[in-house]
Design a protein around this ligand. Structure first.
Ligand SMILES: Nc1ncnc2c1ncn2[C@@H]1O[C@H](COP(=O)(O)OP(=O)(O)O)[C@@H](O)[C@H]1O
Ligand SMILES: [Mg+2]
Length: 318
């Protein structure tokens, strides 16, 4: 039986578990993606993101729990579960000795959803969405990694999906590649397409997602909106470079009990506390004549929260 609410969700992953021997790669995870939203599954390497998405694509089976895609389960609908779904796991694969356009033509013909003329118009459209117009007659072998990732998105869009699933689309890209990929995802989101993506960068998820599930070692560490997440974020640490760390430590200890000042891991000091207390502390340093050379956040509050939730000890102290 299918209830109304189940049909409403683009993706409804309920209590899914996947084990590899004694390792629980995905541990009782539930994720609900509403139509039209951009949903992020965030977690460090090994958190279970790819395993979760592989189960959604039917590449592996969950040990327990159910996955519904637009209300359909693999058990009931088989390969039709993926009607209207496109995307890629890890990296998309193309023929390097063919051009980007030839790869798309081949895929479009195999898919058989459009005739030759429609296909060529559709190829123009998707090339435009991923900013590859003008490079489509170059061989894929000469593409940058970022261009290949974007061609992967173009190939997915050829099928005019209702749901796009992307596994770490920005992974391995340089800063320009990351920026371009984010622009593509934002454009797709604005067009009303439902997007489910995984990432290990908080700032990426913060920038483009409405809702997020943070996974850590297979389990859900957080689940909610980006705003909920912001409300939980701790005070960010600031890296402080002074001409007199000894004096700066003393001023913190004596006059600013709500600011924690401690030696930083790579030299300098790290000051942590509520924003206005930090400002008062810095003002006192200046007043006391301590030379101030740098005052920079060690990370954004959300990044700090991410490292707390995923208990990455090494990163958390930085
Ligand atoms: N086929 C497999 N056999 C054994 N262990 C696996 C397999 N696939 C993934 N794992 C393990 O499951 C955990 C989650 O992996 P993965 O889903 O790839 O994480 P992520 O994508 O978040 O980096 C890791 O510890 C990984 O080593
Ligand atoms: Mg992965």
């Amino acid at each position: 039986m299918t209830t109304h609410t189940q049909v409403d969700a683009a993706v409804d992953i309920a209590g899914v578990t996947k084990r590899y021997g004694s390792l629980v790669a995905v541990d009782d995870v539930s994720v609900r993606v509403a139509p039209g939203e951009v949903y992020g599954v965030l977690g460090p390497n090994g958190a279970g993101k790819t395993t979760l998405l592989r189960m959604l694509f039917g590449l592996i089976r969950p040990d327990s729990g159910t996955i519904r895609v637009f209300g359909r389960t693999w058990h009931e609908a088989g390969v039709h579960t993926l009607d209207g779904v496109a995307g890629f796991i890890e990296s998309p694969k193309f023929y390097p000795y063919l051009t980007g356009r030839q790869n798309l033509e081949g895929l479009g013909l195999l898919d058989g959803s459009t005739d030759g003329r429609d296909l060529s118009a559709r190829i123009e459209e998707v090339l435009d969405v991923v900013d590859l117009t003008g490079r489509d007659r170059d061989k894929v072998g000469g593409y940058s990694y970022g261009m290949r990732q974007r061609l992967g998105v173009a190939a997915s869009l050829l099928r005019s999906p209702r749901l796009l699933v992307l596994d770490e689309p920005a992974n391995g890209l340089d800063p320009a590649g990351i920026r371009d990929m984010r622009a593509v995802v934002k454009r797709l989101a604005a067009s009303g397409l439902t997007v489910l993506l995984s990432s290990h960068h908080m700032d990426e998820v913060e920038e483009i997602c409405d809702n997020v599930t943070i996974m850590n070692r297979g389990s859900v560490a957080f689940h909610g909106t980006i705003d909920d997440l912001r409300a939980m974020a701790p005070d960010p640490g600031h890296l402080l470079r002074t001409g007199d760390d000894h004096e700066a430590l003393a001023i913190g200890r004596v006059g600013h009990p709500r600011v924690l000042v401690e030696p930083g891991p790579d030299g300098g000091l790290v000051a942590t506390g509520p924003e206005h207390e930090l400002s008062a502390y810095v003002a006192d340093l200046v007043r006391a004549g301590v030379p101030l050379r740098a005052f920079t956040p060690t990370r954004t509050p959300l990044e700090a929260l991410f490292f707390m939730l995923t208990d990455d000890e090494r990163e958390a102290v930085r």
